[in-house]
Each structure stands twice: as structure tokens, then as C-alpha cells.
Design a protein around this ligand. Sequence first.
Ligand SMILES: [Zn+2]
Length: 432
Amino acid sequence: MSNPNIAYFYDPDVGNFHYGPGHPMKPHRIALTHCLVLHYGLHEKMKLYRPYKASAHDMCRFHSDEYIDFLQRVTPQNVQQFTKQLSMFNVGDDCPVFDGMFDFCSMYTGASLEGAIKLNNNHCDIAVNWSGGLHHAKKYEASGFCYVNDIVIGILELLKYHPRVLYIDIDIHHGDGVQEAFYLTDRVMTVSFHKYGNYFFPGTGDMYEFGSESGRYYSINVPLKEGIDDQTYISMFSQVIKSVMDFYQPSCIVLQCGADSLGSDRLGCFNLSIKGHGECVKIVKNYGLPTLVLGGGGYTKRNVARCWTYETAVLLDEDISNDIPYNEYLEYFSPDFTLHPDVSTKQENLNTKQYLDNIRGTVHEILKNLVSSPSVQMQDVPSDLLSLENTEELDPDIRNHQDENDKRVEANNEFYDGEKDNDKDTDGFVDV
Ligand SMILES: [Zn+2]
């Protein structure tokens, strides 16, 4: 059987950015992941692209002009001139100003955007961007190590061709930035599995947050307690995703694979193994829909690299050896030098059967409301969107795609206006 057609985006510069000494977010984990992908020979089974760099204009499809203008102008050298903006845009502590910050944002955002474009044009079945998945960034502010929300920008691109986009988030933190962006629309369903309670960041994601106005019942939250293990997590994940697929019938999927839900993560408190985490990727892949696969959190670098390498192999239907091949970063993987070391901790699983049954019940009650919703039925995509005149592959080596960008037709069916979805006339949704 041939491999699925996968487009993999990687910028060799992305691993060279530093948030600053002691900061848990290490872009170098992306270089480490890529190194393993190469040494396992996985690159031979995929199309590799050096991604397009997103422009300020691309970022402003979601973010405010003032915020992006600030990100573009501030540097560690001139930061003292921006005292007011730093607090206004929540930049400073968790989200520091570092050298090349805007370039870093351009790279990871450009890769997600180009992944969405390739999926829209059927140039691949799956697009992978391990540098993306920065799910906390808000329209007007940075949050939780995230500055630009590449996920929202990628989904806005997918909405030009896809009537219903499903967003799934398995980072240990709630996917708050993505949920908030699409909270009022039924064209995107967001489903987030995360640790909730005891002021765990960002503090949102209760199961009773399920969307409002046209988006009522289109946000699903699975708030979990610490210590969840493979068996409990996978069982919850597979059941919730099956119900979501049955009720929502998306035409494509965006999967955020934050690896801070693994056991032994520097900031996390779940107890998933790399195989357990990868099982969620397998479950999503097996639905066979066009899928944009993104990274996210993950703060124990060696395990992030193991996890995303394994998941690249899962997406390719390739079995790879548990012995990590010789590579320049081999010492990171000592003492076992394996892909699947035991990452479990002694953390007790605080998710009781009763607690999980209660979540399952609530999710089902929310989804049941979709049955009577006519907007779940296919909205016709205007045929002019399917014109192939703009579908040439972008040359990954040409850095300036602004012309290509300008040529892209703004779709008539892009109901989402960047601020508030007012897609009332296709709604017909009954408020209960
Ligand atoms: Zn996270």
C-alpha cells in the first residue's frame, strides 16, 4: 500500500530562536524532531517544503492591526519605548520579546497557512507543521507562549473551501484562543481535551462552555484531572470524536498535537505514553479526511521530539524501530536511546469512572442538539471557488509569495468576518 500523500513543512531556521534563559518553550525541539524524522528516513516518504513566511497582512486576517504592528516593531533593544503596549498586548513575562520574534511567528504561521492552501487544492491528504499549533494567542494579545494564532489563520483559509472544519486539541492546556475565535459560528467545531481546575492555565474550558449564538453547541470541552493514563484518555477520546464525527460531519480536520499531555512533561501533569498520544493521531487519521496536523505545547524536549517523530510515522503508516538511529543529537536520548521510553510518573489518576461518565453524558447532551440543526447539512460551496487557476504549487524555495497571496481569491462564502460571525441566514438554529 502506498503512503498517504503528506506535505511536511519545516524551516531550518525555526530551531534557532530562543525565548530567553530559563523559558520552558524551546523552539529547538522542532529541530530535534526534524533530525529524528530525517534519520528514520521518513522524509523519503513525504513531500518536504520550506514554508512560506506569513506577512503582517496574513496575520491581520485574525489579529488586530495595532497588535501585529507592535509585534513587527518591538525588539529587545527598543522594548523600553513600548511600556504601554507591552501591558496592553500581554507581552513581557510568559511571552517575552526576543530576537527574531516576528520572524519566528511568520515561519510557524506561514507553514500552517501553506498547509491549509495545499489541503484546499488537494495537493496533499495531510499537511504537517510541528512548529505550529500556538493555540492561546488572541486577536488583541499574546498568551501562554503564543503570539500569533496560526491555527485560527489556517482554519480561516480552510473555510474558503470547507463548509465545516473540525478542530481537535490534545495539548494539556485548553485551546482557548481557537475556541474564542470561533465561539459564535457553526462552521468550526472546536473540541479540546485538557487539564481543568486548580487554576491550571489558562483557566477556561469547563464542559459547560459550549458556544453561543450561531455557535451554540459547536464548542466541546473535555475537562480532565491530573494523572490521566492511556487507557482512560484513549477511551474518552475515541468516543467523543466518534460522536462529534457522527453529529457534525466535518469536511476537514485540524489536529493540534501539544505534547505537554505526555507523562514527565516539565509543565504538564497527565500520564500519557508516546504510543497513547499517538493513538489519538491514528484515530483521527483513520477517518480519512483532509487533515492539518500541528504541534503545540511540549516542554520536555527529548520526549516532544520522540512523540512528533512517532506521530509522523503513524501518519505515514510506517513502522519505525524503537532504537533511535545514530544522529548528532543522540545524547539527548540517553540513557535508553529508544523512541518509547517509560515516561509514566507516580501521579495517581484522579479521573474516576463516575467523573468521566459525567463528562461523556454532558458531551452527548450537547451534541444531540445538532440533530435538529439544518446548518449541519452541507452548505453548497460556490463552484467558482473550485476553479483551479490559482492552484500551482508554491515553490518552497522562493521566499516572497506576496504576489501569489494577492492573487488568491477572497471567497464569497467566507462568512467569518474576522470579528464576529454573522452567518444568521444559513442558520435556522433553534435556541433551547
Ligand atoms: Zn500546552
